[in-house]
Design a protein around this ligand. Structure first.
Ligand SMILES: Cc1cc2nc3c(=O)[nH]c(=O)nc-3n(C[C@H](O)[C@H](O)[C@H](O)COP(=O)(O)OP(=O)(O)OC[C@H]3O[C@@H](n4cnc5c(N)ncnc54)[C@H](O)[C@@H]3O)c2cc1C
Length: 267
């Protein structure tokens, strides 16, 4: 997609996750445009979601993505991008072993976000200097041919027209949207491929402690996958993962529901 410089365009990005925030920042870098982001939840982040306890705000737990895994080749090709994230300490090398992690290709590097993965989304949104509208769940998109605009409706009753609409929501959510947009120039193969996309359900459980907890601090591993367990998929001691000393935060991803103190809902 290309935009002519200095042409004001009203752009809607649907979804306030990492894709939406990076897209907004890249577009803003290239063109003079007005960008709005509509996010259905009451917080940004999407599956880069970080849970912060109201009682212990210093402790936070990544409930979606745990680490960023990139090839050296990609880091080199996007050096400006990664240099800034490292310099601002929004990312740092993981530098720890993940137990039962599938064998890494030698060229992959893992990073963690010391401020929580949603801090990356916050960073790109700030760079994009766009307006973010929470609790705006898009339900319908219609092409208005006469006006050459896209009319977008949200559950809160808002209806607004944009020159460009960019969807960054998961494919099953795209297929749920009403309006005429899905029928326009839709390649059958693409539609079939989209219909085959399935969610993998994951329940994230976050346990937050005011003080370091000895058995968590003494665990020989910070992060672990449980490939043979019917319930647990992954666990992480988040303060150790980020190498901070802010109490203990622990969480796991369950394959099925388990009883928990705090629960987050990644998609
Ligand atoms: C449990 C879990 C662990 C993961 N671990 C890792 C990892 O360690 N490393 C890694 O690289 N990746 C990991 N991933 C994958 C990674 O989180 C995703 O690939 C990434 O976050 C996707 O970002 P996105 O912005 O494309 O989509 P999303 O984060 O899904 O953002 C889409 C946003 O759109 C919003 N939305 C949806 N429908 C609508 C609508 N109709 N109107 C308005 N807004 C809407 C959603 O609320 C959401 O905020 C993990 C994912 C999960 C669930």
């Amino acid at each position: 997609m290309s935009f002519e410089k200095n042409i004001a365009t009203n752009i809607l990005i649907v979804g306030g996750g990492i894709t939406g925030s990076v897209a907004a920042s890249l577009i803003k870098n290239e063109a003079v445009v007005n960008i709005e982001i509509w996010e259905r939840m009451d917080q940004i982040g999407g599956r880069y979601q970080t849970y912060r306890s109201s009682s212990t705000p210093k402790c936070s737990v990544d409930c979606g993505a745990q680490y960023v895994s990139v090839s050296l080749e990609f880091i080199r090709s996007q050096a400006k991008f990664y240099d800034e994230l490292l310099e601002k300490e929004l990312l740092m090398p993981l530098g720890q072993k993940i137990e039962n992690f599938r064998k890494l290709s030698e060229t992959k590097t893992l990073f963690v976000a010391p401020g929580g993965t949603d801090s990356l989304v916050g960073h790109f949104l700030k760079k994009a200097d766009c307006s973010v509208h929470l609790q705006h769940e898009v339900t319908e998109i219609n092409l208005k041919e006469e006006e050459r605009t896209w009319e977008v409706k949200a559950t809160n009753g808002i209806v607004k027209s944009f020159d460009v609409v960019i969807l960054t929501i998961p494919v099953p959510e795209v297929l749920k949207l009403g309006g005429n947009f899905l029928g326009i120039s839709q390649d059958d193969d693409v539609k079939v491929a989209m219909e085959q996309v399935k969610y993998l359900p994951r329940i994230a459980v976050a346990l937050i402690y005011d003080e370091p907890v000895k058995y968590l601090e003494d665990l020989p591993t910070t992060m672990k996958y449980f490939p043979d367990d019917d319930i647990l998929h992954f666990m992480s001691v988040d303060n150790k993962k980020r190498r901070t000393d802010q109490g203990s935060t622990w969480h796991n991803f369950a394959k099925h529901h388990i009883i928990c103190r705090e629960m987050c809902r990644p998609e």
